[in-house]
Ligand binder design. Structure first.
Ligand SMILES: *Cc1c(COP(=O)(O)O)cnc(C)c1O
Length: 395
C-alpha cells in the first residue's frame, strides 16, 4: 500500500504512493497527525510498538502517520525502500554523515557541494576527529588517488551547487565500493525525478525537500533515502538521538508537493532551458552553466545519466561590470526576486562568488556569476525581465 504499484509508471506512482484512504475515512490525502504521546492499552502492546517504532506510531519524535506517508512516497520516487524525513535539507546531510562516520575516519567531499555542507564538514566533523578531503567535481575514476585506508564515505552532489559541473557518479561509486566506502549523494537538483541515484551506485540519497518536493517556498524539509536496512536503522537512530523530528504539517506540504512534481518539473525544465539559451547569445554573457548545454562541464555525463534538467542554473557575465552595475541590474528586476533557496513556483536570481569558495580547483571565470531559478511564470515575461536587467548593466 505504502509504495506505489511497481507496475505503474513513476508519474502515476507520484500520485498514489503514501496514500491510504481506507485508514482515513476515505479521505484522499493522508491527514496531518500531530502527536507527541501515543498510548497503548497493555504492557505487551507497548513493548511490541517499541520494536516497530521507526515505521509505526510509537512516539511523536519518530513520526506520525503523516511522516510515514511522506517517507514512503519519497522512497518510491527515488527508487528505494527506506526514507527518513528530517526538519531541513541540512539536517538530512548532517544525519547521513554522522550516522556513518566516526573519529579516525576520512571523508571525501566534492568541492561542488552545497556550501553549508562543507561548513558542516570543516567544523563539526573535524571537531569530532573525522578527516576531510575536498575533491574536484569532475574527478571521475581518478578519485581512487584520494582514497585512504580509512575513507569511510564519499559525499557527492551533482550537478554542483552554483557551478553545475556534473560528476560521474557511477565511476565514483565503483571506486568507493571497491575500497569499502559508502557513496552518499545530495540529489536535490534533480528532485529524484530526473536522476535515479540507486541505479548509479549511490548508497544514500539526500534531498533538501525544501526545494522542488515542497515546491512552493513555504516549508523546510529534508530526506535521507536508502535501500539497505542497516543503513536506514543507523540513520534512524542517529536522527532520533539528535532530536530531529520533521513537523507533520511540513510532511503534509511535502506530500502535497510530490503530487504535482511530474507536471511542475518539466515546466521548470523548459523555461530554464529557454532562458539559458537566450542568455547564451547575449553579448554581456561569458558562459552559461546549465547541465543541458554543452558549455557546462559534465554535459556529456548529464546526457548519459539524467533524464532531464530542473530549473536551476548559473550564468557568468563577461568581465568589467562593477558592483554598481550588478546592483543596477539586480535591484530593479520586475519578476526575478533575490533570495536564497529555490525550487518554488517563483523565479529567483542571486549573485554568487564561486572563486572565493572553491578549494580543489581555481575557478576559471573572472566575471560575476548569477544563479537563476526559472519558476512557473510565462517564459517570455521572464526573458523581458532579464533583457531589461542586462540592459541596465551598461546604462
Ligand atoms: C538548499 C539546499 C540544501 C539545504 O536544504 P535546507 O532545507 O535549506 O536545509 C542542501 N543541499 C542543496 C543542494 C541545497 O540546494
Amino acid at each position: 500500500m505504502a509504495h506505489g504499484k511497481k507496475t505503474h509508471h513513476p508519474d502515476t506512482r507520484l500520485t498514489t504512493s503514501g496514500r491510504n484512504p481506507e485508514a482515513n475515512f476515505g479521505i484522499v490525502n493522508p491527514p496531518v497527525y500531530h502527536a507527541s504521546t501515543v498510548i497503548f492499552p497493555t504492557v505487551e502492546a507497548l513493548h511490541k510498538a517499541e520494536e516497530h517504532k521507526f515505521s509505526q506510531t510509537f512516539y511523536g519524535r519518530y513520526g506520525t502517520p503523516t511522516t510515514f506517508a511522506f517517507q514512503d512516497a519519497v522512497a518510491d520516487l527515488e527508487g528505494a525502500e527506506f526514507c527518513i524525513a528530517l526538519p531541513s535539507g541540512m539536517a538530512a546531510i548532517a544525519v547521513a554523515l554522522i550516522a556513518n562516520c566516526k573519529a579516525g575516519d576520512h571523508v571525501l567531499i566534492t568541492d561542488g557541494a552545497y556550501a553549508p555542507t562543507l561548513v558542516f564538514a570543516r567544523t563539526i566533523l573535524k571537531k569530532f576527529g573525522i578527516d576531510i578531503t575536498v575533491y574536484h567535481p569532475m574527478i571521475g575514476a581518478d578519485i581512487k588517488d584520494l582514497m585512504q585506508p580509512n575513507t569511510r564515505m564519499v559525499f557527492t552532489e551533482a550537478p554542483s551547487s552554483i557551478t553545475f559541473e556534473v560528476s560521474d557518479i557511477s565511476a565514483i561509486a565503483k571506486v568507493a565500493h571497491a575500497a569499502g566506502a559508502l557513496l552518499a549523494m545530495d540529489n536535490t537538483w534533480s528532485a529524484g525525478y530526473y536522476f535515479k541515484p540507486f541505479d548509479h551506485g549511490v548508497d544514500i540519497s539526500i534531498q533538501a525537500a525544501t526545494k522542488y518536493i515542497v515546491g512552493h517556498s513555504d516549508a523546510m524539509l529534508g530526506t535521507v533515502t536508502m535501500n539497505d536496512e542497516k543503513l536506514w536503522k543507523k540513520a534512524r537512530i542517529t536522527a532520533g538521538a539528535l532530536g530531529h523530528a520533521a513537523a507533520p504539517d511540513d510532511c503534509y506540504l511535502g506530500l502535497r508537493g510530490l503530487r504535482t512534481l511530474a507536471v511542475r518539473l518539466p515546466r521548470h525544465q523548459s523555461t530554464g532551458l529557454k532562458l539559458a539559451k537566450w542568455l547564451a547569445q547575449r553579448a554581456e554573457v561569458d558562459v552559461v552553466l546549465h547541465p543541458a548545454l554543452d558549455s557546462c562541464p559534465g554535459h556529456e555525463i548529464w546526457k548519459r545519466d539524467f533524464t532531464g534538467a530542473s530549473g536551476l542554473f548559473s550564468v557568468v557575465l563577461k568581465e568589467g561590470f562593477d558592483q554598481t552595475a550588478i546592483a543596477r541590474m539586480l535591484d530593479n528586476m520586475d519578476l526575478f526576486a533575490m533570495g536564497y533557496s529555490w525550487g518554488g513556483y517563483e523565479s529567483l536570481i542571486i549573485p554568487a562568488d564561486p572563486g572565493s569558495s572553491r578549494k580543489a580547483y581555481d575557478w576559471p571565470h573572472k566575471g560575476q556569476t548569477l544563479r537563476i531559478h526559472a519558476g512557473l511564470e510565462d517564459p517570455d515575461d521572464l526573458i523581458k525581465d532579464l533583457e531589461a536587467g542586462l540592459n541596465r548593466l551598461t546604462s
